[in-house]
Design a protein around this ligand. Structure first.
Ligand code: UD1
Ligand code: CA
Length: 462
């Protein structure tokens, strides 16, 4: 049977008080609607339509090829939103899942269970429900004396006794597609908000003698919708806890789970150890047996095996096996470290390849450079890559030695095994095995220190 899905994402999200569309607010590094898309893709939905309205272009841009779209020009309610999909799905037969786009904790497993229940009961509609302690703001599931679902009543339309009901509408449904579009034709907006409520479809179907079902979530956290930033933080907390637990179960040691933040798609190898205040963001992949942190931020980077990273920031980089980074290194996009390389204390590296076993142990800036194998970059070395207009490259061949506090004025090429003596300012290429000395020669003047001090103290007395 064909399975289709409709994501409702036209709403304004007024309660977020934001210039960013609600569904584009990230939870654990990914926009809310991205989480929903991931789960629907896992369910193998064959056709997916997203209803957009407010800030439609931005939502479309993020969702891209993953969905078809319809525009809801006027936001007249969730039922009205689903109705806009009629030109695309109205003639189809099969099952249609409808999801709100503001429930990032919903899992594919729960959607599957709801589908299973729906099919087993030969239902026309199944609503996913949850039993919660505080149902404020949610639609209530009203059941008859036999326990069968009668209707869903929005908070604003509840009688005092309906307000007491703790079983709520999560906003997730499964429908027989043809019966859904037939029922939508009968929707009215005679309610407190003058909206066309999707939830009223349940009562319409029941009045037609159809079977309408409720399937209750086992984990009520999945029902947590995000309408404001307090709920956004709550959802973030719950998802983060789940991510951290997953990694620990998979063999990652996390010394203080409360101070570690990991985005949803980050991959971490077994026996890696995360110290407190570690932040792993975006599409980062961390290998096995690494030690990371404390106070470390890694974004969109690939870290090999057995890497040690302390108190450092890394973004858009590829860090090879058995390397050592930090403390206090700043590795910027486009940087690649081959195995056994070392980027140490107070070193900034940008858009640079560092060959196997090469070392930048302390206090350097290296940008737009290509560094071979076994190179030693002394303390305080700077690649002067920017002339105020253009960026220029520095190339340092294998086994070269760059003495402390040298400036390499790019573009420049330092040959294999060459030696740049400490304190040089090199403006010319250095050939293989050459030694470059680019500093003023020192002169020592006998007795001058004593004379100088005497003169200075006479001046002071005056
Ligand atoms: C809705 C449900 C409520 C449920 C709750 C779960 C209705 C009438 N109410 O209420 O029973 O408990 O979700 O979180 O369905 N949207 C559109 N077009 C519109 C209006 C809304 O696309 O014209 C979208 C929104 O972008 C959002 C979703 O529909 O993704 C739900 O809208 P929202 O305003 O958040 O509904 P709730 O009041 O939370
Ligand atoms: Ca909502």
């Amino acid at each position: 049977m064909e399975i289709m899905a409709i994501i409702l994402a036209a709403g304004k999200g007024t309660r977020m008080k934001s210039t960013t569309h609600k569904v584009l607010h990230p939870v654990c590094g990914k926009p809310m609607i991205g989480h929903i898309l991931d789960q629907l893709e896992e369910v193998n939905v064959q056709r997916l339509v997203t209803v957009v309205g407010h800030e439609a272009d931005k939502v479309k841009e993020y969702v891209g090829e993953r969905s078809e779209f319809v525009v809801q020009e006027q936001l007249l309610g969730t039922g009205h939103a689903v109705k806009q999909v009629e030109p695309l799905l109205g003639q189809q037969t099969g099952l249609t899942i409808v999801v709100n786009s503001d429930m990032p904790l919903l899992t594919a497993a729960s959607i599957q269970s709801m589908l299973h229940h729906h099919v087993c009961c030969h239902a026309a509609a199944t609503v996913l429900t949850a039993i919660v302690d505080d149902p404020t703001g949610y639609g209530r599931i009203v059941r008859d004396h036999n326990g069968n679902v009668e209707k869903i009543v929005e908070q604003k339309d509840c009688t005092p006794s309906e307000t007491e009901i703790k079983e709520i509408n999560t906003g997730i449904f499964c429908f027989d597609n043809e019966k859904l579009f037939a029922a939508l034709k009968e929707l009215k907006n005679n309610n407190k908000q003058n909206e066309y409520y999707l939830t009223d479809v349940m009562e319409i179907m029941r009045n037609r003698g159809e079977s309408i079902q409720a399937f209750t979530l086992q984990n009520k956290n999945e029902a947590q919708g995000v309408n404001d930033r307090v709920q956004l933080a709550e959802v973030e907390r719950l998802m983060r806890k789940g991510i951290i637990t997953k990694h620990m179960v998979n063999g990652v040691t996390i010394i203080d789970p409360s101070s570690v933040y990991i985005d949803q798609d980050v991959v971490i190898g077994q026996d890696t150890l995360l110290y407190p205040n570690t932040y792993l963001y975006g599409a980062s992949v961390i290998g096995e047996g690494c030690t990371i942190g404390p106070n470390t931020e890694i974004k969109d980077s690939v870290i090999g095996k057995h890497v040690e990273i302390k108190q450092s920031t890394i973004a858009g980089a590829n860090i090879g096996n058995d390397t050592v980074v930090g403390p206090f290194a700043y590795i910027r996009p486009g940087t690649e470290l081959a195995s056994k390389a070392q980027v140490g204390r107070f070193v900034e590296v940008k858009n640079t390849y560092i060959g196997e076993g090469s070392k930048l142990p302390h206090l350097s800036y290296v940008g737009d450079a290509q560094i071979g194998k076994g190179v030693n970059i002394g303390c305080g070395v700077i690649t002067a890559n920017y002339d105020g207009v253009n960026k220029h490259r520095t190339t340092i061949e294998d086994e070269a030695f760059i003495g402390s506090n040298s400036n390499l004025i790019a573009p420049i090429h330092i040959g294999k095994g060459a030696y740049v003596v400490a304190g040089s300012t090199c403006t010319k290429d250095v050939k293989e095995e050459e030694m470059a000395i680019a500093r003023a020669r020192q002169t020592n003047k006998e007795g001058y220190a004593k004379k100088y001090k005497k003169r200075a103290s006479v001046k002071k007395e005056k």
